[in-house]
Design a protein around this ligand. Structure first.
Ligand code: AMP
Ligand code: MG
Length: 319
């Protein structure tokens, strides 16, 4: 039986926190995508998340906390980190920071690194769960590793549902794209993964920001970012101005195709927030064997467009 509760149900957070306390795993909504959470201090529970998701053990998990004070117990916050957290938390920004000496997050959750990726989400249901639980929750996205992320509870696949103790259904995720990952362990902050907080917003508050070049760098700074990810079953063809009759077309703004077998538009008005929100939903819808491939319109590489292009490029990597 699927154990699903609406986040609006009385006592839903208590039930979920109780399951986490006992070492169970709970899927829950955030403003980015649905997460698959475990008590980050409980090695067995964390291992279960890796196992259920088929996530490689070298790919560390993001640790979610209710507020900055709880985050400060786990990682070393210098003045810059405190400033960044105060500006962007709660919200879809993940900070990579040095592990605190008395950090009690499982080393397995962090893939043995001396750093920690922390986030304080703003989604009310996630906040409620984190506040009730009052400990760190390790939560990657609630999908099989490498596949398209879930932005609604019913996107969570049956293979995960069977092994999850509870699903909190909070409706569609507000943003629908993963958090931006910002490395603050170096002199100048650098983006390890583009995401829901655009580069422009970070520059506005922090000045110059570096972008980590994963392909040209031999040091693997953020394990798990190099691989094919967010992948559809059917091949993706990017920057496609037109589509073939046997292709599905993922349009954007005015760039649409009359020839395609089916057309879905990320945003008819060319709004990147709307496009980010619909990206995973529409990729799922178009990812059907009856379409030979999915042709995708060019997406401007600015604002949220950077994160959208990052996901599309990684989804298009051939297996
Ligand atoms: P996901 O949970 O799938 O959204 O991915 C989390 C991302 O954060 C992955 O790409 C990880 O590589 C990255 N990450 C987690 N912990 C660290 C860390 N300590 N240092 C750098 N990157 C990290
Ligand atoms: Mg993920």
């Amino acid at each position: 039986m699927i154990n699903k509760l609406k986040t609006s149900t009385a006592g839903a957070s208590y039930k979920a926190a109780n399951i986490l306390n006992k070492g169970g795993i709970v899927a829950f909504p955030t403003e980015t995508v649905y997460g698959l959470g475990a008590d980050a201090r409980n090695e067995e529970a964390v291992l279960k998340v890796f196992r259920v998701k088929k996530r490689p053990s070298f790919n560390p998990l993001i640790i979610h906390l209710a507020d900055i004070e709880l985050a400060k117990r786990q990682a070393e916050f210098n003045a810059l980190a405190i400033y960044v957290a105060e500006v962007f938390w709660p919200g879809p920004l993940t900070l990579v920071l040095p592990r605190a000496s008395d950090c009690n997050v499982s080393r397995i959750a962090c893939a043995g690194l001396k750093t920690l990726a922390l986030r304080v989400p703003e989604n009310p249901a996630a906040q409620d769960l984190l506040t009730t639980f009052s400990g760190p929750i390790a939560a990657p996205s609630a999908n099989i590793s490498g596949s398209v992320s879930p932005t609604r509870a019913d996107h969570i696949s049956d293979s995960l549902l069977d092994k999850t103790d509870l699903i909190l259904d909070g409706g569609p995720c507000k943003i629908g794209l993963e958090s931006t990952v910002l490395d603050l362990t170096v002199d100048q902050p650098r983006i390890l993964r583009h995401g829901a907080i655009p580069l422009e917003s970070l520059i506005e508050k922090l000045g110059d920001i570096k972008e980590y070049n994963h392909s040209s760098n031999t040091e693997i700074k953020s394990p798990g970012l190099l691989r094919r990810h967010y992948a559809t079953n059917q091949p993706l063809r990017l920057n496609a101005i037109t589509a073939q009759p046997n292709e599905a077309y993922l349009a954007f703004g005015d760039c649409t195709s009359k020839n395609a077998a089916i057309v879905r538009n990320l945003s008819e008005s060319g709004d990147l927030s709307e496009a980010a929100n619909k990206l995973f939903l529409l990729l799922r819808e178009l990812d059907m064997p009856k379409y030979e491939s999915i042709a995708v319109a060019p997406i401007p590489n600015e604002g949220l467009g950077r994160a959208i292009n990052d996901r599309l490029e990684r989804a298009a990597v051939k297996s």
